[in-house]
Ligand binder design. Structure first.
Ligand code: E4P
Length: 227
């Protein structure tokens, strides 16, 4: 499963990109607004840090303006995936951009038939929001299973399922078991994925025992030792 980070914070993006585990970035208008940055400059900077797909969302709701905005965003860098909402105008825009060779992420998906329509419109990614469904008492992960099952019935569909609105590592675990193509996660959730109390406990014990041995692996290269 590909790991995308769901943030517009360039400091977080740089930090996570350094792990070598980051396959892409998703942003949305709320995340961009929080940064106070000029959108096109921010997208350019993110695209230079992360070579994988970087989702940048249109702000218009009518097809003509969405298409113009989508083309402007796509002109920023070759790895921009234009994000459009799952509306009739959004899917019309998806088709036009996709036919022109631009990656498109169709966002705000809450049903499997919506996902089927996005795939028919040539979406590169479909973004079902699992956390927001859980919030209203539905089963977000059930939707992921349904979409994957429907897409598997039609092998000609190339759309990747990008699990969005992930709130915790259990969502990542469940999405990976279902075979979702991508998960986009807030930075804090990516960091949580590294954690296990037995990893910390085991490491502490190994380090304590190693210290007792009095040895150092870099005995011939002291300049390479951490401070
Ligand atoms: C995805 O592209 C969205 O930006 C995001 O996952 C929404 O998450 P939220 O429901 O936590 O705002």
């Amino acid at each position: 499963m590909k790991f995308f980070v769901d943030t517009a914070d360039i400091v977080e993006i740089r930090d996570l990109a350094a792990t070598g585990l980051l396959d892409g970035v998703t942003t949305n208008p709320s995340l961009v607004a929080k940064t106070g940055r000029r959108f096109v400059d921010l997208v350019a900077e993110i695209c230079a840090v992360v070579p994988g797909p970087v989702s940048a969302e249109v702000a218009a709701t009518d097809h003509a303006t969405m298409l113009a905005e989508g083309r402007r965003l796509a002109s920023i860098a070759g790895n921009v995936a234009v994000k459009v909402p799952l509306t009739p105008d959004g899917l019309k825009t998806c088709r036009a951009l996709s036919d022109a060779g631009t990656m498109v992420n169709v966002t705000l998906c809450f049903s499997a038939v919506q996902a089927l329509m996005a795939a028919k419109a040539g979406a590169t990614f479909i973004s079902p929001f699992v956390g927001r469904l859980d919030d209203i008492g539905h089963d977000g992960m059930q939707l992921i299973g349904d979409i994957l099952e429907i897409y598997a019935n039609y092998p000609a569909l190339q759309t990747e399922v990008l699990v969005a609105s992930i709130r915790h590592p259990c969502h990542v675990h469940a999405a990976a078991k279902l075979g979702a193509h991508v998960g986009t996660m807030p930075p804090a959730v990516i960091r949580q994925l590294f954690k296990h109390p037995l990893t910390d406990k085991g490491l502490d014990a190994f380090l304590a025992d190693w210290a007792k041995s009095g040895q150092t692996i870099l005995e011939d290269q002291p300049e390479l030792r951490s401070a």
